[in-house]
Design a protein around this ligand. Sequence first.
Ligand code: SAH
Length: 246
Amino acid sequence: MKGRVWLAGSGPGDPGLVTLRLAEVLKSAEVIVYDRLVSPEILAMAGEKARRIFVGKRTDSHEKSQQEINEILIEEAQKGYQVVRLKGGDPFVFGRGGEELADLLASGIPCEVIPGITSAIAVPEYAGIPVTFRQLSRSFHVFTGHTAEVGVPDFDYEAMARLGGTLIFLMATSNAEEICQGLINGGMKPEMPSAVLRSALPGDEVRRITTVQDLPALLLREQIGAPAVIVIGEVVSLSSELTWRN
Ligand code: SAH
């Protein structure tokens, strides 16, 4: 059979949130190339014979360069294997899935993209925080707090503070101080409700509610690092009322 790559999102970690399409593809996969945020429970959904290749990237120490990852995918598919490229959340949300797809298509490899549930929405949801809520937030905006090139992105904090919607940051724990201060300097009220959240499988939860002003100190004090989703906006105040888990 001809080699092929499925570029797939595995959701925030709970196997129950894997799509039926991904579950089916995992059963027949021959090679699985996966990131650090893919949970062991989801990897276990693949057949025992599937070769598992870890290419996990941290924001600080890159285990494999993007170039190397793309080469692995192309090589395995050219050898004729059925390859699943498995990422946390959704493959096109800060997962460089678009770049991988571009390289694969340019090399003539047949591809299929399988969307996943992004942590940007699901992790707040698990913590009782709806990203939109009538009269509190009519939009939500997802930012990366870290870029490989420049560290903290060159944010227009005034524009962000003016949006009035829910601000969601991924990969932002190490730059939270600069981001929170930037938002306050940009005009956001220092008491704006803010949350730092981690949620995959029950038992691996972090749910801290604070203000934009106090969030950086809380991260330091409690030694909370990646992976975490930071949510800043009025909807965070709903969390205690809307707790539905545990
Ligand atoms: N494609 C992924 C995001 C990749 S960037 C998605 O759609 O979810 C990696 C960042 O996602 C982490 O640094 C963290 O901010 C967030 N993240 C992913 N899974 C998470 C989880 N279970 N709990 C908290 N944050 C998570």
